[in-house]
Design a protein around this ligand. Structure first.
Ligand code: FAD
Length: 391
């Protein structure tokens, strides 16, 4: 059984021939290039994955704008999702390296000036610069409009003071898109976005954070951090909207990454169930196992249908707020259940450190929290449903 055995979902009407060709090429590249496991130096692994993904031409699919190194003028959400699903099936870290180049540079693609786009996007697409997206703070996670990091204009410079936490690629990024309060108005309306280079004076990595599935992650500190006025991204006071627009693109792709993890778990579970001998038969001969496998496969298909509906709908230029939230909520929660079932089917082998299903068990957990926890996705879906329905 090869890792890419089941490709029938690519026959669904959401996809075009170019998507099928893209998946085939990326799968072949990933099988040849990406190691199943990674070494202890996560920073080095991540840097080398970004370089390899750039050299392979794959990062161009995470960046919008042909003139700036992107594969198309707008990000093709279906290709973005296929890339994450395929990479996640091979390695959580490879998916992370790919996704963060897109999330970290997404706001520049959406709102950057021509000069800003030229300065950053081609390097991101080639894997020559590592990007990060710095929105969360210790006091502002789900309630992101409560953020306090402040930016004030002094002459030709903005001065940033405050901190950010849980920032992916923190410590290895070459630049950070930072959301800070410029105080035009309270709450979500007084937030602006800035591009902060890693070497900016007054910017430091305050703490490196270790998590259950190792990725570069850090708390950032800004103390009298001075950046040129031209680092403002988009209009002052429009940062919250820009952050949400960026997340709107990438939220569906989190669902796709969860799908990749779930498909890998099902693959591992099938391999174990059909080979493990017990009670004179194999594990797969028992009806309880068959029922479990059926639930896993059905959950994966349901999540995939929601994911690629959202991706297709976004590629038609339609709003996907409700659909992306449904996809993320369902795919991440389903993947968690599928992976847990795979661990159970593998018995003791499933909890051995470094075993494929043990790694997946750790990898999936954060996806139910970041880019909007499951509960927040539920709120978004209900808000969209109730819009205009109140008397
Ligand atoms: C591995 C990882 C990588 C990350 N990378 C980044 C990054 O690159 N950039 C960045 O800016 N941030 C990043 N984050 C931060 C992430 O976006 C936040 O963790 C997330 O928004 C949740 O915020 P919080 O952790 O402060 O949890 P809280 O806001 O304290 O929420 C805790 C829990 O409360 C529940 N909850 C939330 N709202 C409601 C509600 N309305 N009703 C009921 N229950 C609710 C949810 O279960 C939630 O998990 C990352 C986080 C992780 C774990």
């Amino acid at each position: 059984m090869t890792l890419a055995a089941d490709r029938t979902w690519l026959d669904w009407p959401f996809f075009e021939d170019r998507h099928r060709a893209f998946e085939r090429d990326l799968e072949a590249w990933a099988a040849k290039t990406i190691a199943d496991d990674h070494g202890a130096d996560i920073d080095a692994e991540c840097r080398s994955l970004v370089k390899a993904l750039g050299a392979g031409g794959w990062l161009a699919h995470a960046v919008g704008g042909k003139a700036y190194g992107g594969a198309g003028d707008a990000i093709d959400t279906r290709a973005l999702c296929i890339a994450r699903e395929t990479l996640a099936r091979h390695s959580g870290l490879a998916d992370f390296a790919f996704a963060m180049q897109g999330l970290g540079s997404g706001a520049i693609g959406l709102a950057g000036t021509d000069a800003q786009k030229r300065a950053y996007l081609p390097r991101v697409a080639k894997g020559e610069a590592i990007a990060a997206f710095a929105l969360s703070e210790p006091g502002a996670g789900s309630d992101v409009a409560a953020l306090e990091c402040a930016a004030s204009l002094e002459g030709d410079e903005y001065v940033l003071d405050g901190e950010k936490t849980w920032i992916s690629n923190g410590g290895i990024a070459d630049f950070y898109v930072v959301f800070a309060r410029t105080a035009e108005a309270p709450g979500s309306r007084g937030i602006s976005a800035f591009i902060v280079d890693a070497g900016a004076p007054g910017f430091t990595i305050a703490q490196r954070i270790e998590v259950i599935a190792p990725h570069p992650l850090a708390r950032l500190a800004f103390k009298d951090c001075r950046i040129p006025r031209a680092s403002l991204l988009g209009a002052s006071g429009q940062g919250f909207k820009l952050a949400m627009q960026t997340l709107d693109i990438f939220r569906t792709s989190v669902a796709a990454a969860a799908l990749g993890f779930a498909r890998r778990a099902l693959h591992e579970a099938m391999a174990r169930a059909t080979s493990r001998e017990m009670f004179g038969e194999t594990l797969a001969d028992f009806q309880i196992t068959q029922s479990k496998l059926a639930q896993m496969a059905t959950g994966i298909d349901a999540a995939a249908l929601l994911t690629y509906r959202a991706a297709w709908q976004r590629d038609q230029g339609r709003s996907v707020t409700r659909e992306a939230a449904m996809a993320k909520m369902t795919a991440t929660e389903t993947a968690q259940q599928v992976i847990d079932s795979a661990v159970q089917m593998c018995g003791a082998l499933g909890v051995v450190s470094g075993a494929p299903v043990e790694r997946l068990y750790r990898e999936i957990r954060a996806l139910r929290i970041y880019e909007g926890a499951t509960e927040v996705q539920g709120l978004i879906i209900a808000r969209e449903m109730l819009k205009g329905s109140k008397a």
